[in-house]
Design a binder for this molecule. Structure first.
Ligand code: URA
Length: 204
C-alpha cells in the first residue's frame, strides 16, 4: 500500500506551504473538492491578487483563475497594462465549495468560518511573497484580507491599510458574468479595469 503523503514538518517556503495545503482538512470543503488550489506566480511578486475560491475549472485544473472569471480578469488586466505573469494569483479559500445539480456543480459562497479557517494559508502566502500591494476581488477576499465583511459598494476602488500591507478592493470578475443587464455588466467591467489601472500606476 502506498504511503500517505505527509505534510512537511515545518513550513519554510511557498513550496512547503503548497505541499501542506494539498493535505488540508482545516474545514469540511476538502471532502468534496477535487484538490486544493494554492496560489501561483513569482515568489517575490510586487502584486498579489486574491479572489474568492476556485471555481469548477480551477478545481479540476488545480490552478487559480483559469476558467471564465479568469478570462474576464485577464482581459481587464491586459486593458489596464498589468502583466498577470508578474502577479501572485490566489484565493481567500483554497477548495471549491459547490452543490451538485445533475451533472453540474453550482458554486456556493464560502461562509465566514471557512474564510477564517483558510486564512492560515493566505497569511503564509502573504508572509512569503510580501507584495507591495494586494487586490481583493469581491467580498470574501475583502473579508479575508481586512477582517471586515461589510458591503463593497462604498469600499471599491479604495486602498485600505492592513497590518500586512495595503489592500485595494474591487469587484470580483464573476460579478460581471452574473449581471443579466448588459449595461450593468459593462459598468462593472469598466470599474474593475479602472481599479486595475490605478494599481498599475501605483506600482509604477
Ligand atoms: N473565481 C475565483 O475567485 N477564483 C478563481 O480562481 C476562479 C474563479
Amino acid at each position: 500500500r502506498a504511503a500517505m503523503p505527509r505534510p512537511p514538518a515545518q513550513i519554510e517556503s511557498l513550496a512547503d506551504a503548497r505541499a501542506a495545503c494539498a493535505l488540508c482538512t482545516r474545514c469540511d470543503l476538502c471532502h468534496a473538492a477535487t484538490q486544493s488550489v494554492f496560489g501561483e506566480g513569482p515568489e517575490d511578486a510586487p502584486l498579489m491578487i486574491v479572489g474568492e475560491q476556485p471555481g469548477d475549472h480551477e478545481d479540476l485544473a488545480g490552478r487559480p483563475f483559469v476558467g471564465p472569471a479568469g478570462q474576464v480578469l485577464d482581459r481587464a488586466m491586459a486593458d489596464a497594462g498589468l502583466d498577470r505573469a508578474g502577479a501572485w494569483m490566489t484565493n481567500a479559500v483554497k477548495h471549491f465549495k459547490f452543490v451538485p445539480r445533475g451533472k453540474r456543480r453550482l458554486h456556493q459562497n464560502p461562509d465566514a468560518g471557512e474564510i477564517a479557517a483558510c486564512r492560515w494559508w493566505l497569511d503564509l502566502e502573504r508572509q512569503f511573497v510580501r507584495p507591495r500591494l494586494t487586490i481583493a476581488l469581491g467580498a470574501s477576499a475583502a473579508r479575508a484580507l481586512t477582517g471586515k465583511g461589510n458591503g463593497l459598494t462604498a469600499r471599491r476602488g479604495r486602498v485600505e491599510q492592513t497590518p500586512s500591507g495595503p489592500v485595494l478592493i474591487s469587484w470580483h470578475p464573476s460579478l460581471i458574468l452574473r449581471r443579466s443587464d448588459p449595461a450593468a455588466a459593462e459598468q462593472a467591467l469598466a470599474e474593475l479595469t479602472e481599479d486595475l489601472r490605478l494599481v498599475s500606476q501605483m506600482l509604477g
